[in-house]
Design a protein around this ligand. Structure first.
Ligand code: SF4
Length: 371
């Protein structure tokens, strides 16, 4: 997952950037150099939420998450149990370690066997505006990560695994507490390696009254067979599309050369399942695909390849958040090309190409735009 941009929060609700959010929970150590990206309030919004050109159905209201029916049919529990059993030879993600997590073994992600570590759970006001509304996005940060990018801005959580051990029942209660606090969705950040725990907690949460849409907030590097297990459970897919080039992915994300190929297939599957992200009359999105792309310094050609692929392979009104807030963090200073922020020229070049291609549901950082 990427870091979302601070939200302008025009309705006057308490504003909380993701970094502030993490600091409040003790999840993130103080660090310097946030600079201009986080110093000013942000003015950004999707350029349009036009009528979709895909097969997605228009939103209906009142909204009922699809997983309620799967719970009633017992399918949610069945899928949770199947995934739990698969921890005996874990292949949840493309690393495919095959370790027996039920016996306490750790794979590449460093998740501690079958234990669950949660960094924090709070209403978050720094996500995309249609996810935040008045009550915030009910964000649950999971510790550890299978991608492990050198520039990760949440490295204490993703690389070091900072967080608290939680039971399945406690995770269900965290979801319910976010619902009680008025959040509009349950936003699962970096969920893949804990998916069996999450589905078990979701099944339990539904029996206790949970009924919020589920946001699957992922690095995008997801196996198709796993995504098929999520059909009818996830309402909003919120994947990154980080790299268009395998060598770049391998260099900055611990050898993940397969990232572009696997992520492209994952995005097509996500779009098939949930379609275009369209807001309801209240401005909230409760179903659909929202893609994030963090534009990186000196990697503009990669960004352009990504927007070209999206324009060619997905509907032109696919919701695409072009993020500008990269700043060097963690080990980024070991890579001279990543040791600076983005320039205005770089950002505008990618935005111009996206517009030229006809992408018309762009979420842009308008502080940057002179076009
Ligand atoms: S989830 Fe973790 S243990 Fe399982 S395959 Fe991925 S990296 Fe390996």
């Amino acid at each position: 997952m990427n870091i979302a941009t601070p939200d302008p929060n025009p309705r006057g609700a308490p504003t909380l950037t993701r970094r502030q959010f993490l600091q409040q929970t003790g999840a993130l150590a103080l660090c310097t150099g946030l600079g201009r990206f986080f110093a000013a309030s942000v003015s950004r919004a999707a350029e349009s939420h036009a009528t979709p050109s895909s097969t997605a159905s228009p939103p209906t209201f009142p909204f009922k998450p699809a997983y309620l029916a799967l719970h009633e049919q017992g399918i949610l529990r069945l899928r949770a149990d199947t995934l739990w059993d698969s921890l005996a030879h874990c292949q949840l993600c493309p690393r495919q370690c095959g370790v027996n997590r039920l016996l306490g073994k750790q794979g590449f992600c460093r998740a501690p066997g079958a234990d669950l570590i949660v960094s924090s759970a709070l209403p978050h006001f720094g996500e995309e505006r249609p996810l935040v509304g008045k009550g915030g996005s009910g964000t649950i940060f999971f510790s550890h990560c299978n991608l492990r990018c050198v520039f990760c801005q949440n490295w204490e959580i993703s690389h070091l695994g900072r967080g608290t051990r939680r039971s399945i029942s406690e995770l269900a209660d965290l979801m319910l507490s976010l619902q009680t606090r008025g959040c509009h969705n349950i936003n699962l950040v970096t969920p893949t390696h804990y998916l069996p725990h999450i589905l078990k907690a979701l099944d339990l949460g539904v029996s206790r009254g949970l009924q919020l849409p589920i946001v699957y907030n992922t690095c995008g590097w997801e196996k198709i067979d796993l995504l098929k297990q999520l059909e009818g459970i996830v309402d909003i897919y919120l994947p990154d599309f980080k790299y268009g080039d395998g060598e770049t992915a391998a260099k900055y994300s611990a050898g993940a050369r397969s990232y572009p190929e696997i992520t492209k297939a994952a995005l097509l599957e996500m779009n098939r399942q949930v379609g275009i992200a369209q807001p309801h009359a209240d401005g909230l999105i409760r179903r659909g695909l929202i893609i994030r792309h963090l534009i990186m310094p000196n990697l503009i050609n990669d960004s352009i390849a990504i927007v070209e692929w999206i324009a060619a392979q997905l509907p032109l009104d696919t919701y695409l958040n072009l993020m500008s807030q990269y700043h060097p963090a963690y080990k980024a200073f070991d890579y001279p090309e990543l040791s600076r922020r983005l320039t205005l020229k770089e950002y505008e070049k990618v935005v111009a190409r996206a517009r030229e291609l006809g992408l018309r549901n762009l979420d842009l950082d308008r502080r940057w735009l002179t076009l």
